[in-house]
Design a protein around this ligand. Structure first.
Ligand code: PLP
Length: 373
């Protein structure tokens, strides 16, 4: 038996994955973190063409230049971020971008501020880099939005970075512009890095996503194609900096780890950005209908639920500690909120990346469960 590296001592495998391994395959799954839609046809066609054209060799480490040019244009037009194709790196999902940022910038003893609750990988990546995660509360009374004043309170002389995620997994919260801007100002005044995970930026209902990189150069923006174009399995994302020194450090991790993202997915990503966006609009419209349904049904059952403004998750307050187990037995898979941090206690994450009909059925099952005590 060979002992694993000590850096793995504090790392646990995901609670969510473990749950899926043990639950009934006929249950309605509200635990999912990916769109239930298929990749749009035009993107599939572009990927098929790329294989037929033998587009299967290494690409530049940072990714195909034409794709990086489109990403640069997208950042300018949609996010107000001025970057260059040289400061864009195409990654293996936003996941790789997150890993690159923490490996490149977090040292042993560095404090990294994390919203609590937040996406599981943040804490794991900070720990893997030897850093110290410091939690910043996202309070239900603020609709789970991260507030600049709560961030400010947690800043010390060891603060190296903060990870922002708006819209948020697991709460669906969309941060307010003034908080984004205030945190961006703090990153300049107090000299820390913002890692802004904007993977859900397009899945947003009647609100606008604001990018901190518009207001500060100490920002690395992460994004990807998994959620917006239902391309989770294709593993393709990107990041941008507005500072070439940051790009060079990030590239050291990317280059020696994966060399480049895969060609087929890069060709699909190019089509995703340059082709029609109707499928995205349709998907977001459908998500909004489901959000309205699930929020109203949960509130009617007496589970206080914020009308989440983005992503495809709700985070109802449910104090019954057996709820997740009982719901799974009754036929509805959900995820305990505590998997996302201590503030997730007494909450359950439910994803509405499942059909309207299935969500209705799932809500009927939960209602029946409550009524039968
Ligand atoms: C907040 C957040 N960031 C990043 C990711 C990872 O995305 P990708 O598939 O691009 O690696 C996820 C996936 O669930 C997520 O919820």
């Amino acid at each position: 038996m060979i002992n694993p590296a000590s850096r793995l001592n504090s790392i646990e495998l995901s609670l969510i994955r473990k749950m899926f391994e043990v639950t009934n395959p006929n249950a309605i799954n509200l635990g999912i973190g990916e769109p239930d839609f298929n990749v749009p046809e035009n993107i599939k066609e572009a990927m098929k063409r790329s294989i037929d054209e033998n587009d299967t060799h290494y690409t530049p480490n940072k990714g195909y230049l034409d794709l990086r040019e489109e990403i640069t244009k997208k950042f300018k037009k949609e996010n107000g971020i001025t970057t260059t194709p040289e400061d864009v790196i195409v990654t293996v999902g936003a996941s790789e971008g997150l890993y690159m940022c923490t490996q490149a910038f977090v040292d042993k003893g560095d404090e990294v501020l994390l919203p609590n609750p937040s996406f599981l990988s943040y804490e794991a990546c900070v720990n893997l880099a030897g850093g110290t995660p410091v939690s910043v509360d996202c309070k239900m009374e603020n609709e789970f939005k991260l507030k600049a004043e709560d961030v400010q309170e947690k800043i010390t002389d060891k603060t190296k970075a903060i990870i922002l995620n708006s819209p948020s997994n697991p709460t669906g919260a969309v941060m307010d512009k003034e908080d984004i801007k205030a945190i961006a100002d703090l990153s300049i005044d107090k000299n820390f890095l913002i890692i802004s995970d904007e993977i859900y930026e397009k899945i947003i209902y009647g609100k606008k996503n604001y990018s901190p990189a518009k207001y500060s150069d100490n920002v690395i923006t992460l994004n990807g194609f998994s959620k917006t174009y239902a391309m989770t399995g294709l593993r393709i994302g990107y990041l941008a900096t507005t500072n070439e020194d940051y790009t060079e450090q990030l590239l050291k991790i990317h280059q020696y780890n994966i060399a480049c993202a895969n060609t087929t997915a890069q060709r699909g990503a190019y089509e995703a950005l340059t082709g029609p966006q109707d499928e995205v609009k349709k998907m977001v419209c459908e998500f909004q209908k489901r959000r309205d349904l699930i929020v109203s049904r949960l509130n009617d059952m007496g589970y206080e639920t914020v009308n989440a403004e983005g992503a495809f998750y709700v985070f109802p307050k449910i104090e019954d500690e057996n709820f997740v187990q009982d719901a799974a037995k009754a036929g509805v898979i959900t995820v305990p909120g505590v998997a996302f941090g201590s503030n997730g206690e007494n909450h359950v994450r439910m994803s509405y990346a499942n059909s309207y009909e299935n969500i209705e059925k799932a809500m009927d099952i939960l209602e029946g469960m409550i009524n039968n005590g």
